[in-house]
Write a new protein. Structure first.
Length: 567
C-alpha cells in the first residue's frame, strides 16, 4: 500500500458533518491550551465517540475499520511488532499477508509512525483503522510477559550457578534494581495485574519451580523455572514483607504494597515449608479499582431491594455466607459503602483488612499478640459504633458477642462458611449460640457463589451434553430444549479460556416472625422446611440456571459451582 497522505482530522469530521465549525474551533483552542491530541479532545468534549472518529478516517482514507473485540488476534503475528513500538505509536499487527503486513492504527494519518513501523518490520504495510481504547486493551492482552519471565528466571539461574550462595548477602542488595530476582518479581506482578489474577502461587516441585496465577477462580500455569531460584525468590519476598528471613521451618504471613502499571496493589503473602522448599502464595488486592457498588455485583433486583432495606435497619445481624473466594467480602464492603454516612460510626474487625474505606475505623486482628476477633469486638462495642463488621464468625465466643451486640442496638454484618442460606441459623446453633439469640437477632442470611462469565467476544451456541440436559431438567422440566445455550470457544480476549470475569449467584433467607419462631424450637427439619418456603424457590441453583438461559454462563460452570448444594 502507498504511504498515507497527511490529512486534518478536524476537517474530515466537519466535511462528513459529524462536528460543526464552532466545535472544531473550540476543540483547537482546548488542544492548544492542554497539549492533548485533537482526537482525544473531540471525545472528551463529547462531540464524537472514538468509533465515530475511526469510521470517518476509514471512509476518508478508503481503508477498513476493524473492531478488535470481534477480531481473532494471533500472538505470533502481533509480536512481529515489538511492544515498545506498538504502545508508542498505538499500532497492532493484524495479519501477515504474502505481499504486506496488515496493521491496525488508532491514527492512520500519523506518517512518522507509519515510517517507523515500516522500518522496524522491513515490510510493505497495509492499513486499517482501530479504536484506540480497544487497541490498548489488545496490546495489554497480547504482549504477555511469559517469555520475559522465563528469560529472567534463566538469567537468575545463571547468576546463582552451581555455587553455594549467601542469600542473606544477595537479599541485602535491595537497591540493585537490575538484580534478576527483583526484575523477575516485577515482571511477574506486572503480568498478573495485566491478566486480572487474584493470586500468585510460587511452588517448588522436586525438579522445577512452577509459577501459577489464579484467574477468575481457576489456576493457570504461568511459567516453570529451575528449582535453584526458589530460595532467592522466597528471600526477596520475605524482605519485602518484613518476615523473618532465617525462619524456613514455620509458616509465616505478611503484607506489602506495590505500584504496578500505575495501580496500587496490596499484597498478602503466605509462606509454607513444603517437601522441596518454601511455597509462597500472594493474594493481590487492587486498591485503585474502588469498591463495587451493590447494584453491579449481579444480585437479582428482588433480593437487592430487600437486602438494601435490611442493612438500613438500626440493629440486628446480617450474615453473608459461602465458601472461601465466593465474593462475601466484596458484598459486605458494597453494603458498608451504602450505609457509610457522616451520621453513623462504622467499625470493622478483619483478618486481614482487605479494602481501605474512607471514614471507617478498620481494625486488623493479630493473633500473635492475642488481639483476636472476640477481644477486638468487645473493645469495638465500647467505641460507641452504629454498625460493626466482623470479618468472620469463627467460634462460639465471637458469634455470641456479635449477636448480643445486635440485640443491644447495633447493626452487625459478618460472614460464615456454610453451604446455603437455610442451613446457616442451624450452624449458629451448632456453634453453641442459644436459640433465643438466633431467633431475636438474626435479620437475614445472604448465601452466594461466583460463576465465570462466558466471554462475549467468542460466545456461540452449542448442543447440550446428556448430563447437562439431565441437570437442567431439575429446574426447567420439559422446556430444556426450548432454549439456546452458549459457551466461549476461546480467543485472545479471554486468553483461550472461553470465560472473562465472574458474577455472583445469590439466595436470601429473611428471618420473618414464623422463621424466627421455628429457630427457637428444637426441630431442625421443621426449620429448614419453613426457611425454604420463605425463600419461595429463589435458590442459588435457580439463579445459576437463569444466568445459563441468559447466555451469561455455561451449563457446566453452573453445575460445577452448585454441585455441593445437591449433595
Amino acid at each position: 500500500m502507498t504511504r498515507p497522505q497527511k490529512i486534518r482530522l478536524g476537517e474530515i469530521l466537519v466535511q462528513q458533518k459529524l462536528i460543526s465549525e464552532e466545535q472544531l474551533l473550540q476543540a483547537l483552542a482546548d488542544q492548544k491550551r492542554s497539549g492533548r491530541k485533537l482526537g482525544r479532545v473531540f471525545v472528551e468534549n463529547g462531540y464524537v465517540t472514538e468509533e465515530t472518529i475511526s469510521g470517518a478516517l476509514a471512509r476518508q482514507l478508503n481503508i477498513p475499520y476493524i473492531n478488535l473485540k470481534q477480531y481473532n488476534l494471533k500472538p505470533q503475528t502481533v509480536q512481529m511488532l515489538p511492544e515498545m513500538q506498538a504502545r508508542r505509536f498505538r499500532v497492532i499487527a493484524l495479519e501477515d499477508r504474502p505481499n504486506a503486513l496488515l496493521i491496525g492504527m488508532a491514527d492512520p494519518t500519523d506518517l512518522f509512525a507509519y515510517d517507523e513501523i515500516a522500518r522496524v518490520t522491513r515490510r510493505n504495510l497495509a492499513l486499517a483503522v482501530v479504536n484506540e481504547q480497544e487497541l490498548l486493551q489488545a496490546i495489554d492482552r497480547m504482549y504477555r510477559r511469559t517469555e520475559e519471565i522465563t528469560v529472567l528466571a534463566r538469567e537468575l539461574e545463571q547468576e546463582l550457578g552451581d555455587n553455594v550462595i549467601d542469600f542473606g548477602t544477595l537479599g541485602l542488595s535491595a537497591g540493585a534494581e537490575d538484580a534478576p530476582v527483583v526484575r523477575l518479581l516485577q515482571t511477574v506482578f506486572d503480568d498478573a495485574t495485566q491478566v486480572r489474577a487474584s493470586d500468585i502461587h510460587i511452588e517448588p516441585q522436586e525438579k522445577r519451580l512452577q509459577i501459577r496465577f489464579r484467574i477468575d477462580g481457576m489456576l493457570h500455569l504461568q511459567t516453570e523455572a529451575d528449582i535453584r531460584i526458589a530460595p532467592a525468590l522466597a528471600l526477596r519476598l520475605k524482605l519485602m514483607s518484613d518476615l523473618d528471613i532465617a525462619e524456613k521451618r514455620l509458616p509465616q504471613d505478611g503484607r506489602f504494597a506495590v505500584t504496578v502499571r500505575k495501580q496500587l496493589i496490596d499484597v498478602r503473602i503466605s509462606t509454607m515449608p513444603t517437601q522441596f522448599g518454601e511455597s509462597v502464595v500472594m493474594r493481590l488486592l487492587n486498591q485503585s479499582g474502588g469498591i463495587l457498588d451493590l447494584s453491579n455485583i449481579g444480585m437479582p433486583s428482588n433480593i437487592l431491594q430487600r437486602f438494601r432495606s435490611i442493612i438500613q435497619r438500626p440493629n440486628g445481624l446480617v450474615l453473608v455466607t459461602g465458601p472461601t473466594g465466593s465474593g462475601k467480602t466484596t458484598t459486605l464492603y458494597g453494603a458498608l459503602s451504602e450505609i457509610n454516612t457522616e451520621g453513623k460510626k462504622l467499625i470493622t474487625v478483619e483478618d486481614p483488612v482487605e479494602y481501605r474505606l474512607p471514614g471507617i475505623n478498620q481494625v486488623q486482628v493479630n493473633e500473635k499478640i492475642n488481639l483476636d476477633f472476640a477481644r477486638v469486638l468487645r473493645s469495638a462495642l465500647r467505641q460507641d459504633p452504629d454498625i460493626v463488621l466482623v470479618g468472620e464468625m469463627r467460634d462460639q465466643e465471637t458469634a455470641q458477642i456479635g449477636l448480643r451486640a445486635a440485640m443491644t442496638g447495633h447493626m452487625v454484618l459478618s460472614t460464615l462458611h456454610t453451604n446455603d442460606a437455610a442451613s446457616t441459623p442451624l450452624r449458629l446453633l451448632d456453634m453453641g449460640v442459644p436459640h433465643y439469640m438466633v431467633g431475636s437477632s438474626l435479620q437475614a442470611v445472604l448465601a452466594q457463589r461466583l460463576v465465570r462469565v462466558v466471554c462475549d467476544n467468542c460466545a456461540e451456541p452449542y448442543p447440550l451434553l446428556p448430563n447437562e440436559r439431565e441437570w437442567l431438567k431439575g429446574e426447567l422440566k420439559d422446556t430444556v430444549d426450548a432454549h439456546e445455550y452458549k459457551h466461549g470457544v476461546g480467543c485472545s480476549y479471554c486468553n483461550g479460556t472461553g470465560f472473562r470475569g465472574r458474577t455472583g449467584i445469590y439466595e436470601m433467607l429473611e428471618m420473618t416472625r414464623e422463621v424466627a419462631a421455628a429457630a427457637n424450637r428444637s426441630d431442625p427439619a421443621e426449620f429448614v422446611q419453613l426457611a425454604q418456603q420463605q425463600m419461595g424457590g429463589q435458590t442459588l441453583r435457580r439463579h445459576a440456571v437463569a444466568l445459563v438461559l441468559a447466555g451469561k454462563t455455561t451449563v457446566s460452570e453452573a453445575m460445577r459451582v452448585t454441585t455441593q448444594l445437591d449433595d
